[in-house]
Design a protein around this ligand. Structure first.
Ligand code: NAI
Ligand code: MG
Length: 490
């Protein structure tokens, strides 16, 4: 599929809105539902079943049964891999339909949704390949014993995901969990429940046995919180806001659940005067405006060396004014709406604060149109480190430009945040690039590029941007328990 053939694609029919428990589509115990909207219009797409604690309990029981009895518990690792390969093939075969559905529910441009679907396929295939390669060790212990380790699934895992990359976040969490033999109860974001439901259908079609993947849509404070405190859930994997992660970590303490977190950021993007200016402008632009800034790795603190500062911001502003903001289903659109009224209000609130605190609003800062949740690409210049817009995650198309003079200064200022997800540096000087990469506190560092995320490399945060790593081999550590077996030899 190419985006050119997708010019204003027709929104797909909504096939499934219920809860998925034990491979059956069921109504929630209390019969509740919530509206899911199209952020480009603010109109309702569908009413989706809202799960509560009683539904979480049913799903956890199904996941536990699948883990301890039934075909999944006895399945060869290679066959788990085959199921994941099958699911990847099904996603690939339905990529166009899924991409349109993602754009309609989440507001991302169809071009970005098509990219996400490729990421989903890549992720599922990558972890499918791992399934029969997760090995223990034999260990040379003292004495006449044979000791070896087994790497076994953690158990029933609760996965809570956000709305900015709905299906890609699902794949990042399903892939390693299933490769390692866990069973899953997932709570998708209440803003974007639809593509996960479609994946539930495809998982059944791929042949995953009952109870292996369960989907409970609903609100964080009800369904999500119930998953976190459930005594029979072994682990919580969460992506979302830092404050939510704090609530989850506290709530998970009572049952000492394993937790992994992938949280926000305020990522420094550092442009040295010796960079290729053309590439750096394009890169800084992509760093902040990709998916309307609704990206945990968004390059929202743009440090620009004094010598090129003026020219740099002029070129950036020129590009920002030309960005095509509009209907996400139009293949020519470069930026869709923000996901919700709540996000729109939050972003415009930060614009006000930026102006009040004395930053220079170069361009943007306004709602676009009266329908939907569109925001114009926004640049604040002459921002200082202590300003709110340089500290808080705005999660919108708002960049803070922070001028700097010297390497040591910027290396220190880049780390002046409690976040540590990503960072980038633009320079032709190899010493500067590697030294910055070493000094910056971030789980991912890009040199002369931005937002290059591949399923094969570990992804996660230093400091309050997270705990643990997703993607790559690293994710497998968080979905396995290591067991030591020692045998007395006579
Ligand atoms: P959130 O952290 O509240 O939501 C993420 C997920 O957590 C959703 O599925 C939600 O239902 C669930 N959740 C919420 N409260 C919960 C609780 N008490 N227990 C269990 N699960 C709970 O994020 P929200 O409100 O959607 O967005 C607010 C801000 O969070 C954004 O403006 C952005 O700054 C940040 N964010 C960061 C993301 C990232 O990729 N790191 C993704 C989405 C949001
Ligand atoms: Mg929230």
């Amino acid at each position: 599929m190419t985006t050119a053939t997708l010019e204003r694609a027709t929104p797909p029919k909504i096939r499934q809105t219920r809860l998925l428990i034990n491979n059956e589509w069921v109504d929630p115990v209390d019969g509740g539902s919530f509206e899911t909207l199209n952020p480009a219009t603010g109109e309702t797409i569908a009413h989706v079943a809202a799960g509560t604690a009683a539904d979480i309990d049913r799903a956890v029981k199904a996941a536990r049964r699948a883990l301890t009895s039934g075909p999944w518990s006895r399945m060869d690792a290679a066959d788990r891999g085959r199921l994941l390969f099958k699911l990847a093939d099904l996603v690939e075969a339905h990529a166009q339909e899924l991409a349109v559905l993602e754009s309609v529910n989440c507001g991302k441009t169809i071009t970005d949704s098509v990219g996400d679907m490729q990421g989903v396929v890549n992720t599922l295939r990558y972890y499918a390949g791992w399934a029969d390669k997760i090995e223990g060790k034999t260990v040379p212990v003292r004495g006449n014993f044979l000791s070896y380790t087994l790497r076994q699934p953690v158990g029933v895992v609760g996965q809570i995901i956000p709305w900015n990359f709905p299906l890609l976040m699902l794949a990042w969490k399903w892939g390693p969990a299933l490769a390692c033999g866990n069973t899953i109860v997932m709570k998708p974001a209440e803003q974007t429940p639809l593509t996960a439901l479609r994946l539930g259908e495809l998982a059944i079609e791929a042949g995953f046995p009952p109870g292996v993947v369960n989907l409970i849509n609903g609100y964080g404070e009800t369904a999500g919180a119930a998953l976190v405190v459930h005594p029979d859930v072994d682990k919580i994997a969460f992506t979302g806001h830092v404050d939510t992660a704090k609530i989850i970590q506290k709530a998970a303490a009572d049952t000492l659940k394993r937790t992994t977190f992938e949280l926000g950021g305020k990522s420094p993007n550092v442009i040295f005067a010796d960079a290729n200016l053309e590439d750096a402008v394009a890169g800084a632009f992509h760093a902040i405006y990709f998916h309307g800034g609704q990206c945990c790795t968004a390059g929202s603190r743009l440090f620009v060396e004094d010598a090129i500062h003026q020219e740099f911001v002029e070129r950036l502003a020129e590009k920002a004014k030309q960005r095509r903001v509009g209907d996400p289903l139009d293949a020519r659109t470069e930026q869709g709406p923000q996901v919700s009224q709540e996000q729109l209000d939050k972003i415009l609130g930060y614009v006000k604060v930026g102006e009040q605190q004395g930053a220079t609003l170069l361009t943007g800062g306004e709602r676009v149109g009266q329908k939907g949740y569109f925001v114009s690409p926004t640049i604040f210049d002459n921002v200082r480190d202590e300003m709110t817009i340089a500290r808080d995650e705005i999660f919108g198309p708002v960049v803070s430009v922070l001028p700097f003079k010297a390497f040591d200064e910027v290396a220190e200022r880049a780390n002046r945040t409690f976040y540590g997800l990503a960072a980038a540096v633009w320079t032709k000087n190899i010493d500067k690039a590697h030294t910055f990469a070493k000094l910056v506190q971030a789980g991912t560092v890009w040199v002369n590029c931005y937002h290059v995320v591949d399923t094969t490399t570990p992804f996660g945060g230093f400091k309050m941007s997270g705990q643990g790593r997703e993607n790559g081999e690293a994710a497998l550590d968080h979905y396995t328990e290591t067991k030591t077996v020692t045998i007395k030899l006579s």
